[in-house]
Design a protein around this ligand. Sequence first.
Ligand SMILES: Cc1cc2nc3c(=O)[nH]c(=O)nc-3n(C[C@H](O)[C@H](O)[C@H](O)COP(=O)(O)OP(=O)(O)OC[C@H]3O[C@@H](n4cnc5c(N)ncnc54)[C@H](O)[C@@H]3O)c2cc1C
Length: 246
Amino acid sequence: MKRPIEWQIANVKAVKQETPRVKTFTLTLPDWLPHRAGQHYDVRLTAPDGYQAQRSYSIASEPERMGEIDLTVERLEDGEVSSYMHEVLARGDQIEVRGPIGGYFVWESMQGGPLLLVAGGSGVVPLMAMIRHRQRSGSDVPTRLLYSSRTPDDVIYFEELDELRAMDSGLEVIHTFTRRQPPGWKGYARRIDAQMLDEVIAPLGKMPRVFICGPTLLVESAANSLVEISVPTSQIRTERFGPSGA
Ligand SMILES: Cc1cc2nc3c(=O)[nH]c(=O)nc-3n(C[C@H](O)[C@H](O)[C@H](O)COP(=O)(O)OP(=O)(O)OC[C@H]3O[C@@H](n4cnc5c(N)ncnc54)[C@H](O)[C@@H]3O)c2cc1C
């Protein structure tokens, strides 16, 4: 019988500053359940007067890591929950969560590939869970991550992605920087569009499994562009994090 997903109190084991606006929270869970890469947890905050705020955060870590999960959260200036997590939540604190949740935007290595992962900003989080799971499970399915960031300083998991790519010929990471590029940059320097997707998808053929995640506008535009270049909609899965943040 399927178990209902209950709220539980997680302990904050570690907090890591990933970029100026992004932190990763490692949570240990008394009632840990194995997740599938791409799933999320709900976080619930309760004020002393009983007011509650609840938001979803994708699991960044791979399911092979037992007993704990990583949530990677971008701080929004006027964001109720993300600001609290960035400004208040510290190692040793507790926080209420429930999960894992979601069964559509998921990838397990036994499903195979090839994989085209398309990320905008913090939309890279569930895709990172897929990349980490791919590596930990020994999968060698050809995988390309197209990752749009405003500037090089905004790239989350930059070093880890670079290391994984260096040791794995089946993994490619393609950055596009929309606002500021590194000196001498010869790569993409614009928003994701049909031409870019056509170039990035080419080595994978027209039938990879596609996962797109990020701000709503980026996700919709990337999905439409893929359909324009004849990728079947049945191959495309999307996850929208919210407003464009543009
Ligand atoms: C399935 C799912 C998974 C998610 N995973 C992650 C994750 O891994 N990491 C992460 O950082 N976020 C993730 N999000 C987004 C997250 O749930 C919150 O929406 C986000 O943190 C904003 O919440 P807040 O309370 O801080 O801001 P709010 O108080 O809700 O909003 C503050 C302001 O920001 C705008 N806003 C709300 N959400 C966004 C957004 N995503 N982008 C830009 N502007 C926004 C609002 O319109 C408002 O003006 C996910 C969302 C979904 C649905």
